[in-house]
Design a binder for this molecule. Structure first.
Ligand SMILES: *Cc1c(COP(=O)(O)O)cnc(C)c1O
Length: 512
């Protein structure tokens, strides 16, 4: 690039690179550029939303990877418009649209506009919620949302918690606290390593894999997570929990926590919380409830009850799953705020000990340090829409799931695993003629991949009792029963074609 070209200012909308990098700093000198730039981005999103009639474009990784790889990051374009044009090619054009009514795959929700407004504000001001001196009002906004959530959960007036990046991190923090509580209760035993090797986390076979991941990160043994059997509605069986607690006692193991799930990732099933709470109280074991998905019930009018959750020692909620918030927005809550001390460390430069009582530093409660002001999204959502409207959105998908279950369960082409409690539906295409279970698995895999490649709809795949199943996760209140009926027809068509001509019908990879 010539010296002259590099000196050129970027007039609004032109493609020349601005000479002075300071023009790219957000401050009072550059407000026009800031407004113009962000609005250009918003316009691109609007064009994407209005220009596409399907949730995916079915793009293959082989096609996108070289597009991205070819870009030389040491050779900037220097212009907002050119960079956006390029972004269109490598990202926007083929991005997966969670807000499309036929996106039925994973636990991704369409997002509400007040939260997007908050994203724009929060990122621009760029508060960091670790300390009071980096966040001011942000600290109290976050605290009030935690109190509000704890109030809805019924955790009592000693409750507290913190926003995190997601359910995985929230589960890790809750189990870290549970581990420390259990260790504290073992004061008279031998060394820590020996105790860690005897720690056990009891959780249903259908709980989230982040529990196993957390156990690993917490230095527990490979046997640490004890699976407890589920009933046919995929909920933990209390008498099986009794059996495992009793086995722990007999073998001198330390049951460190029972993890109940309020809304399993595959089935949306809710473990029997009151029965589990009773057992945890009797055995003196930490009760953790993973409500990453089911937390939408905290604002729902018509959904099943979360009763029993008020007995939990810790709870995880993912607002980015059922509160229609953008990623990321999650929280971990504890019944007794004193237990958060297990993540409190002091640094002279950040949150010195002599300030501990007078300055509200959220870092004292978090396993992160620098931390996004994710709470602002939920704050503006509640202040603009309110909990009742959020609940109506979630109730919409709960109702739809019941209707969809009604439709699928009488359709002879499909087997549904269980009636949903929330908004997930797991099923399998079964042909009328006898075929091997393996061939049936492959027909279902093919149907999912073919749907994705066509872009018409996105559904998920999972394995139940060793057999491939398909899954709808309904989180879009705009999705209708006829969308679902249409997708069912396509699944059956793709699967039937595969069974007739497995080789012809299978040009696609069977991505998992
Ligand atoms: C999604 C999910 C998680 C993990 O949450 P992330 O926000 O994806 O980290 C944990 N538990 C359950 C039950 C979930 O559905």
């Amino acid at each position: 690039m010539s010296f002259l070209a590099s000196q050129a200012e970027e007039p609004s909308g032109s493609s020349a690179r601005p000479a002075d990098p300071q023009t790219q700093l957000l401050d009072e000198r550059n407000t026009a550029h800031y407004r113009d730039s962000v609005l250009r981005g918003v316009e691109r999103v609007v064009a994407e939303l209005t220009g596409r009639d399907r949730p995916t474009t079915g793009v293959a990784p082989e096609r996108l990877e070289p597009e991205v790889r070819r870009i030389d990051l040491d050779d900037p374009l220097g212009s907002t418009d050119e960079a956006l044009e390029e972004l269109e090619r490598v990202y926007l054009r083929d991005a997966v649209h969670f807000h499309h009514p036929r996106y039925l795959a994973h636990l991704n929700c369409p997002v509400v506009i007040p939260a997007l407004l908050a994203e724009a504000i929060g990122s621009a001001i760029n508060s960091s919620l670790d300390t009071w001196d980096q966040s001011a009002g942000g600290t109290f906004i976050e605290r009030q949302l935690i109190d509000w959530t704890a109030g809805r959960l019924g955790l009592g007036d000693r409750a507290d918690g913190i926003f995190t990046s997601g359910g995985t991190q929230s589960n890790l923090q809750a189990l870290l606290i549970a581990r420390e509580q259990a260790l504290a209760g073992q004061a008279t035993s031998p060394e820590t390593g020996w105790q860690l090797s005897r720690m056990r986390i009891l959780t249903a076979t259908d709980s989230h894999f982040s529990i196993v991941k957390a156990a690993k990160l917490l230095g527990l043994g490979s046997e640490a997570v004890v699976p407890v059997a589920c009933d046919e509605r995929r909920r933990m069986i209390p008498s099986e929990l009794d059996r495992e607690l009793e086995r722990c006692r007999r073998e001198g193991l330390i049951p460190m926590a029972v993890v109940a799930t309020a809304g399993t990732t595959d089935f949306g099933s809710i473990d029997p919380l009151p029965e589990i709470a009773e057992r945890c109280a009797a055995a003196g074991v930490w009760m953790h409830v993973d409500a990453a998905y089911g937390c939408g019930l905290l604002v729902s009018e018509r959904g099943p009850s979360l009763s029993g959750i008020e007995h939990a020692d810790s709870v995880v909620v993912d607002y980015h799953k059922s509160f229609f918030q953008p990623v990321s927005s999650s929280a971990v809550l504890v019944r007794d705020r004193a237990t958060l001390r297990h993540v409190t460390y002091h640094a002279d430069y950040l949150n010195p000990e002599h300030h501990a009582d007078s300055v509200p530093n959220q870092v004292d409660k978090s396993i992160q340090t620098t931390r996004r002001f994710d709470a602002l999204k939920l704050w503006l959502t509640l202040r603009i829409m309110g909990p009742e409207q959020l609940g109506r959105l979630f109730d919409g998908v709960l109702d739809l799931a019941q209707q969809a279950w009604g439709m699928l369960s009488v359709d002879p082409r499909f087997e549904v695993v269980t009636r949903p409690e929330l908004s997930a539906l797991v099923f399998r295409y079964v042909p009328s003629e006898q075929v091997s279970p393996e061939l049936c698995d492959r027909a279902n895999m093919h149907a999912r991949q073919a749907l994705y490649s066509s872009g018409v709809a996105a559904v998920a795949e999972t394995v139940v009792d060793g057999r491939t199943h398909l899954k709808f996760t309904l989180l879009n209140p705009r999705t209708t029963l006829s969308d679902i009926a249409e997708v069912n027809e396509l699944i059956a068509e793709h699967a039937e074609r595969y069974l007739k001509e497995p080789d012809e019908a299978a040009p696609h990879r069977h991505a998992g």
